[in-house]
Design a protein around this ligand. Structure first.
Ligand code: FES
Length: 536
């Protein structure tokens, strides 16, 4: 191995004496030949496999393909488990454990003889927690996402994870669908291994991985069960060995330019509002200066290019066949930092220069977008002096500028108790307000922001209302939903002061001077407007 720098793993495996014996001997109990300890790159495969995380339940197979690649390239793979966060089963909410899982990842990498790591990510929180933990160690690292499930099909219609659940459950409440039919749809929606196949948070974060340069091209969109997913995993195994040899650290990939690319791609794909929380946390781990207003400043003016649920009608499988993230990056053209380095050793520009778009109905051009000004908007005003976010691509355009009377719920239990009460004083102009669902009020900050519409309005055909809360929202959800109101109500935010009948004004398209708004409690008026990025 010449005069190269002594690898980190050699602090364990390269030792003589009693400690060297101990470090090697126990690993040999699986039948590992002695030459695997000769200084070759030791690659950790950080696996979030769990049957309690259905979206990641195929990861044993995925890991085998990564291992094959590591061996081929002359590395020594060592797979290890970390806490796996499944969105559907874990209570009270997977977000409560994101940082705990990241600590698990960080200490597992830091405390073991690992030179580089492949992160196997799938369900929503597994992607940020693994990247955050690995970023704190700053070794060479590469993400292999698990891929989305195949498209759902139910009685001649395409149905998508989450999004169609919300739609169908509202249909049941409105009396338009029977409970039996609703149950039938269960197995029609989740047809294969993989994560939610809408542009929910898992798909969004997989797209962020690719946009950040942390995944190989097409990592985000190849379906979980497509053989090409396994080819990508094997190639990733080969590549991480090279990255260790070249000492390409995570901090060289996760630059400010990479985050700017991610924010812009998130706008173009109609990505989840959860990306705001995760990208800010990840940037903090690598010391990149990123703030809430960057999402507005860099992303809000961008058009929606990708026609996926919940903002559009297609699903991840269609997105892959249409060209995936490389086609989106190419379509974004000069909005992308093309010189940003990616894990395959090439720049973002080199990876996407010739990326074809095979279906212009799924991936639109900037000249013919699906919606204009569709990226996440950051709102400020006396109701949210610290900011709030809204996702215009999944909202009703006619409600993005709206004024209405507040219908206030003091917490989610209050909401559940009263939402379908025929006596609830609510109409199509009302603004539903939920308090007590922020990180302190409801640890984990659950995805409750898209409060179901009151039954009596659903029965009248009303499917969207302005909703305001300090909660989060599933990336698969839709509606005119203002989220992450800061400060949260439990931490003394103005949201706690809102009472039934107070007036709330939402103006996502407000001009710059709209920031001169104040909380006028004596007039029972509470105002939220969109302010220009970074100019509060
Ligand atoms: Fe795992 Fe949606 S529940 S990605």
């Amino acid at each position: 191995m010449g005069s190269r720098k002594r690898r980190r793993s050699q602090e364990w495996f390269g030792r003589d004496g009693k400690m060297g014996f101990i470090y090697r001997s126990w690993v040999k109990n699986r039948g590992i030949p002695h030459d695997q300890f000769d200084g070759r790159p030791v690659i950790g495969i950080c696996n979030t496999y769990s049957e309690l995380t259905p979206c990641n339940s195929h990861f044993r197979t995925l890991a085998e393909h990564v291992k094959a690649g590591v061996f081929e390239a002359g590395g020594f793979p060592l797979e290890f488990p970390v806490m796996s966060l499944g969105e559907t089963l874990l209570r009270p909410t997977a977000m409560l454990y994101r940082n705990l899982a990241s600590m698990d990842v960080e200490e597992s990498i830091r405390g073991n003889p690992i030179d580089g790591v492949v992160l196997l990510c799938g369900c929503d929180k597994t992607t940020p927690s693994l990247m955050m933990g690995a970023a704190s160690c700053d070794l060479p690292a590469l993400v292999v996402s698990g891929g989305a499930m195949l498209n759902g099909h139910f009685r001649g219609e395409t149905i998508g994870s989450g999004t169609s659940v919300w739609t169908m459950s509202e249909d049941v409440r409105a009396g338009k669908m029977s409970c039996a039919d609703f149950m039938d749809a269960e197995s029609c929606m989740s047809r294969s291994a993989g994560h939610c196949m809408t542009m929910g948070t898992a798909s969004t974060m997989a797209c962020m991985v690719e946009a950040l340069g942390m995944g190989m091209p097409q990592n985000a969109t190849i379906p979980a069960v497509d053989s090409r997913r396994y080819v990508l995993a094997q190639e990733a195994g080969r590549r991480i060995v090279e990255m260790v040899r070249d000492d390409v650290k995570m901090s060289q990939i996760l630059t400010r330019k990479a985050f700017e690319n991610a924010i812009r791609v998130n706008a173009a794909i109609g990505g989840s509002t959860n990306a705001v929380l995760h990208l800010l946390a990840l940037a903090g781990r690598v010391g990149v200066k990123l703030e809430l207003d960057d999402f507005d400043r860099l992303g809000h003016a961008l058009p929606l290019l990708v026609n996926l649920m919940p903002s559009g009608k297609f699903l991840m499988e269609d997105f892959y066949y249409a060209g995936g993230i490389p086609a989106v990056v190419r379509a974004l053209g000069d909005l992308i930092n093309r010189d940003a380095l990616t894990v395959n050793g090439k720049t973002m520009g080199e990876n996407t220069a010739d990326a074809p778009c095979w279906n212009a109905e799924v991936i639109h051009s900037r000249e013919k977008p699906i919606k204009e000004r569709a990226g996440i908007a950051v709102l400020r005003g006396n109701l949210a002096p610290g900011g709030a976010v809204v996702k215009p691509s999944a909202a009703s355009p006619h409600l993005l500028k709206h004024r209405g009377r507040a219908v206030v719920f003091s917490d989610i239990e209050d909401f559940k108790k009263r939402v379908d009460d025929p006596a609830l004083d609510v109409d199509q102009n009302s603004v539903m307000v939920l308090q007590g669902a922020g990180p302190k009020g409801y640890p984990g900050m659950p995805e409750l922001g898209n409060m179901p519409i009151p039954k009596k309005l659903l029965e009248r055909g009303i499917t969207d209302l302005v909703r305001v809360s300090d909660a989060r929202m599933s990336g698969t959800a839709y509606g005119t939903v203002v989220l992450h109101v800061t400060p949260e109500s439990t931490a003394g935010g103005a949201l706690a002061l809102v009472r039934n009948g107070d007036e709330i004004e939402l103006n996502v398209d407000a001009e710059r001077d709209a920031r001169l708004l104040r909380f006028e409690k004596w007039l029972s008026r509470v105002i939220v407007r969109r302010l220009p990025g970074g100019s509060r």
